[in-house]
Design a protein around this ligand. Structure first.
Ligand code: ATP
Length: 244
């Protein structure tokens, strides 16, 4: 569903991604992890067609992100860590606008069910600019889900959500994956995403350190046969090798 082949991205002299290759199949949830500046957002923005690769191929539902941008965008949702919303619209107007942009036929029904799921029904007539940060995050998620995307990219989605919001989001990710979506989620809150992801991609300074099923990555970094947490995997995979 999502395919990245030999992705490179340079910003001038800065190499943000170098030779990254992975795929996410329907039903899989990929955890994109790595330290600050590892290249996580760069990779997601390239899949979303926001910034072009310096080299490499990216595909969504077998459509080339560069050559068939509309086909890929129709099937994709990208929920960034700082969603840019239309602050002057109400919550209802915002969702209706996004639904019409994606030509969603049963918009009213979908909007209603998303508002209930993400606990926003009592904010439906509020101006988006007057929402709290967590509420804006929930609205951005609803906007991402409204057209039933086949590929969903979340950049740091847990930040700002309350515990109930985190639970609802995680349940919704499971549900969407079960229905056949391919999901990518970047997060520094490893303990919180550990039970959500089926696969892991570890990046560090633009380099791919590991890609595979979460159980495989844990076995790979196991300590004397004892399974380790995703957090421990992170520290081992991104450890600086001391100079001698
Ligand atoms: P974080 O965990 O802090 O969000 P990240 O893994 O998402 O980090 P990126 O935002 O992809 O990291 O950045 C990767 C590298 O690319 C960093 O060195 C960053 O400074 C650089 N970079 C990102 N965007 C730009 C840009 N627009 N212009 C120049 N350099 C950039």
């Amino acid at each position: 569903m999502i395919e990245v082949v030999d992705f490179h991205k340079c910003y001038g002299q800065q190499v943000a991604a170098s030779g990254i290759s992975f795929d996410v199949q329907p039903g899989q949830v990929l955890g994109l992890i790595g330290p600050n500046g590892a290249g996580k957002t760069t990779t997601m923005r390239a899949i979303a067609g926001i910034n072009p690769p310096s080299k490499g191929t990216l595909r969504v539902a077998e459509f080339d992100v560069q050559k068939q941008p509309l086909e890929t965008k129709r099937r994709l949702a990208y929920i960034p860590d700082d969603p840019q919303l239309f602050t002057e619209l109400t919550v209802a107007e915002h969702l209706a606008f996004v639904a019409s942009a994606y030509n969603v036929s049963d918009a009213e029904k979908r909007i209603d069910s998303l508002l209930i799921q993400f606990d926003l029904r009592n904010k439906v007539n509020d101006r988006v600019g007057d929402l709290s940060r967590g509420m804006r995050q929930k609205l951005a998620i609803c906007c991402g889900y409204i057209h039933d995307p086949q590929a969903i990219l979340f950049d740091e989605p847990l930040t700002g959500l309350d515990p109930k919001g985190i639970r609802v989001l995680k349940e919704s990710i499971h549900q969407r994956a079960q229905q056949g979506s391919a999901v990518v989620i970047s997060s520094h809150l490893l303990a919180m995403v550990e039970d959500t992801v089926s696969h892991v991609l570890i990046l560090d300074k633009g380099q791919q350190k590991f890609f595979g099923p979460v159980e495989e990555v844990k076995a790979n970094f196991a300590n004397g046969g004892v399974a380790v947490s995703l957090e421990e995997v992170f520290f081992q995979a991104t450890a600086e090798v001391a100079a001698v």
